[in-house]
Design a binder for this molecule. Structure first.
Ligand code: AMP
Ligand code: GLY
Length: 421
């Protein structure tokens, strides 16, 4: 099979390395990819949102399967564009991708179908939001931009001033553009967070092994929210009992609700969960693999990913058995100094071999470029150093040993991945 991967981050690199284990893959292209990805697949310079060019490329190169990995092109109908010309594509169509693209949609859906989530109100008028928050007078309060915001559209305000600033930046200064036309104001929940990615064909849902992200920029969960600074799998807080409960109260009801709404979801559906004292609740849905969740979950997948993808597209997920290794995995993100705010690019990366990898670990590239055989930083999150081992402690130790051998100016990474709640 000739495959086209759409995207350019560590998640895409993890998908690519998994696909390369399949005997069914003949040629693997990535658009646009990055420096590290170019060592494992053929990178083509098509912008991730350019549907016309993507479809034209797929036709010219006899692509049998397209995998759309990032949220923006999914929300914009990239999968629909391929379906219209009869090319098989993995990922939700535009109608289903709304589960991530609009928090107003997903919150209203959860309310309608009784899926447990934080209590909330929706607002389109900044004055009304502040009236509501002032009258309620309960802090912290959670303020979320309705639309996509690179994982940064959620503000947890500790007092009325922080709430005012949040509402101003989202709704008036339009920090996230149109994504901030509406906001969701939510009750603040507590408890360990769990990420569960799942495969679903719109009818059947098969959860993958669990994982835990570390979203804050600095150790001890301090600093701003980022796209994710490191992950472990499995998530130690996700017991078999909780998994059973989530299946019955969240996973199956969500897939059923989307189908009933006329938006059957086919692809990878990501459940961002919190294990609250009142039971598991949904914090957010994503319409795609998480980044860096994919980097710890996919290395544990034993079944051929192509077989699973075909089963999803053909709506035969109930017919396939998906196997996982009992090992644990850990991924430490090496980021540019300053991320998630402004940072420099173009720092030379040392310590990697010619293929951008390192013995003993797997280095997934998030934001790199390659020039004359040397790798340079080219993004906020740069590398995801991942190790798999019989226990989590061993996996963490191996991953950090790998991190210690790689260097670039300004490098920043968390030292406590796998250690915090
Ligand atoms: P989201 O982008 O919706 O996943 O939110 C980003 C992060 O904000 C989550 O991973 C949580 O740590 C935190 N968060 C979001 N909603 C809530 C909530 N209702 N209560 C407490 N923390 C939250
Ligand atoms: N790591 C969180 C996300 O991919 O949204």
């Amino acid at each position: 099979m000739n495959i086209l991967m759409i995207g350019s981050g560590g998640r895409e690199h993890a998908l690519i390395k998994k696909l390369l284990q399949s005997p069914k893959v003949t040629k693997l292209y990535t658009a646009p990819g990055n420096g590290g990805i170019s060592c494992d697949s053929i990178c083509v310079h098509i912008p991730v949102m350019d549907k016309e060019k993507m479809v034209a490329f797929a036709k010219e190169n006899n692509i049998d399967l397209v995998i759309v990995a990032p949220d923006d092109p999914l929300a914009d109908g990239m999968v629909d564009a391929f379906e219209e010309v009869g090319i098989r594509a993995f990922g939700p169509d535009k109608k289903a991708a709304i589960i991530e693209a609009s928090k107003v949609f997903s919150k209203n859906m959860m309310k309608k179908y009784g899926i447990p989530t934080a209590d909330y109100e929706v607002f389109s008028d900044p004055t009304k939001v502040m009236e509501y928050i002032t009258a309620k007078n309960e802090f912290p309060v959670v303020i979320k931009a309705d639309g996509l915001a690179l994982g940064k559209g959620v503000i947890i305000a500790k007092d009325i001033n922080e709430a005012k600033n949040a509402v101003k930046s989202i709704m008036e200064d339009k920090k996230f553009g149109k994504s901030g036309n509406n906001v969701v104001v939510e009750e603040f929940l507590t408890g360990p967070e769990v990420s569960v990615l799942s495969f679903t064909d719109g009818k059947t849902v098969k959860p993958m092994v669990s994982s835990k992200d570390h979203k804050r920029a600095y150790d001890n969960d301090e600093g701003l929210n980022t796209g994710g600074m490191g992950t472990i799998s499995p998530n130690p807080y996700y017991t078999p009992e909780l998994a059973e409960e989530c299946m019955e109260t969240i996973f199956k009801p969500t897939v059923k609700a989307m189908a009933q709404e006329g938006r059957p979801f086919k692809g990878c559906l990501y459940f961002g969960l919190m294990m609250t004292p009142k039971g598991p609740k949904v914090i957010e849905y994503n319409a795609r693999f998480g980044d860096p969740e994919a980097q710890v979950v996919l290395p544990r997948l034993k079944t051929d990913l192509i077989d699973i993808i075909n089963a999803v597209i053909d709506e035969k997920l109930d017919e396939i058995e998906i196997e996982w290794s009992d090992n644990a995995s850990a991924c430490v993100i090496m980021a540019s100094g300053g991320y998630p705010e402004s940072y420099k690019r173009g720092m030379e990366i040392t310590g990697l071999n010619a293929k951008g990898n390192l013995d003993g670990v797997t280095v997934y590239h998030s934001g790199t470029l390659i020039k004359d055989g040397k790798f340079y930083t080219n993004g906020g999150r740069v590398l995801g150093v991942t190790a798999v081992a019989p226990t989590l402690d061993e996996a963490l130790q191996k991953a950090y040993e790998g991190v210690g051998k790689i260097h670039f100016d300004g490098v920043h990474y968390r030292k406590d991945i796998g250690k915090t709640k």
